[in-house]
Design a protein around this ligand. Structure first.
Ligand SMILES: Nc1ncnc2c1ncn2[C@@H]1O[C@H](COP(=O)(O)OP(=O)(O)OP(=O)(O)O)[C@@H](O)[C@H]1O
Ligand SMILES: C[C@H](N)[C@H](N)CCCCCC(=O)O
Ligand SMILES: [Mg+2]
Length: 230
């Protein structure tokens, strides 16, 4: 059965795509097949007559099978703004039923893993009534939290975990991602997080300058995910 995980983060721009790519590479290195899904993306460009997003293109490029772009990213909006606002501006409605149908059809492909990248942080509005977290709840997806290590991330990490758990979802793991090469008191901050977070730590990714992104997988251990509830 396909193992599916939802990747959220302590904020936007904390490394969700970077970590999702690393997870996909780690699974691929282990000899498994993977698919990436970015249900909702804002900040897209017209490419070949279609709106495309760089996160979704990254996930598509790291997938084991070749599928049309739309299957990796059903909702694509041009402006780099909150997706529910972008949707409203373009007279579209983001709908959980559609997302579930698209994930179900992706899940029919014979792959071992599907990694699903959220947008923004945990409580991202998708329309006037719903949050992306409501859809994750509908799907009962185990969650992986990316903590972008910078000043302020302790509060963001602990509040995100509290919300995920209060939503009744399993935290399958978390990842420390070094996004600030000049951060002070790195070890004391990491100790503060590790003392308080009980979920498995899947890895600590250093600041990888000069687009050394392909190395991300070297710092990730996906083995705790194999025993996570599906
Ligand atoms: N460990 C790292 N070392 C160096 N650069 C990093 C690292 N992690 C992330 N980055 C860079 O930080 C930026 C933000 O990362 P990323 O796009 O993965 O964030 P995100 O959480 O997916 O953002 P969004 O909310 O837009 O989806 C990117 O330019 C990425 O290349
Ligand atoms: C465009 C950007 N890169 C993100 N994908 C969108 C982040 C939306 C955040 C909304 C919010 O919580 O305020
Ligand atoms: Mg991203």
């Amino acid at each position: 059965m396909v193992k599916r995980f939802f990747i959220t983060g302590t904020d936007t721009e904390v490394g969700k795509t970077f970590v999702t790519q690393a997870l996909m590479q780690a699974a691929t290195k282990a000899g498994d097949t993977v698919l990436g899904f970015k249900p909702i993306a804002s900040g897209c460009e017209h490419i070949g007559g279609e709106l495309k997003n760089s996160d979704a293109l990254t996930l598509q490029a790291h997938s084991s099978i070749s599928l049309p772009y739309k299957l990796h990213n059903p909702y694509a909006f041009a402006p780099a703004i909150a997706p529910h606002i972008a949707a409203r501006q373009s007279n579209r409605t983001i709908c959980c039923t559609r997302l579930s149908r698209d994930l179900a059809s992706l899940s029919q492909h014979a792959v071992e893993w599907i990694f699903i990248e959220g947008a923004g942080g945990w409580r991202l509005p998708i329309n006037e009534q719903h949050y992306l977290s409501d859809w994750v709840k509908d799907e009962q997806l185990p969650v992986i939290l990316v903590v972008g290590l910078r000043l302020g991330c302790i509060n963001h990490a602990l509040l995100s975990l509290e919300a995920i758990e209060n939503d009744g979802l399993a935290v399958a793991g978390w990842v420390i991602n070094h996004i600030d090469p000049n951060m002070a008191q790195v070890k004391a901050n990491i100790d503060t997080l590790t003392q308080r977070i009980k979920a498995p730590l899947l890895g600590e990714i250093p600041w990888l300058a000069n687009n050394a992104h392909q190395k991300g997988a070297d710092f990730i251990d996906i083995s705790p995910l194999s025993s996570a509830p599906i």
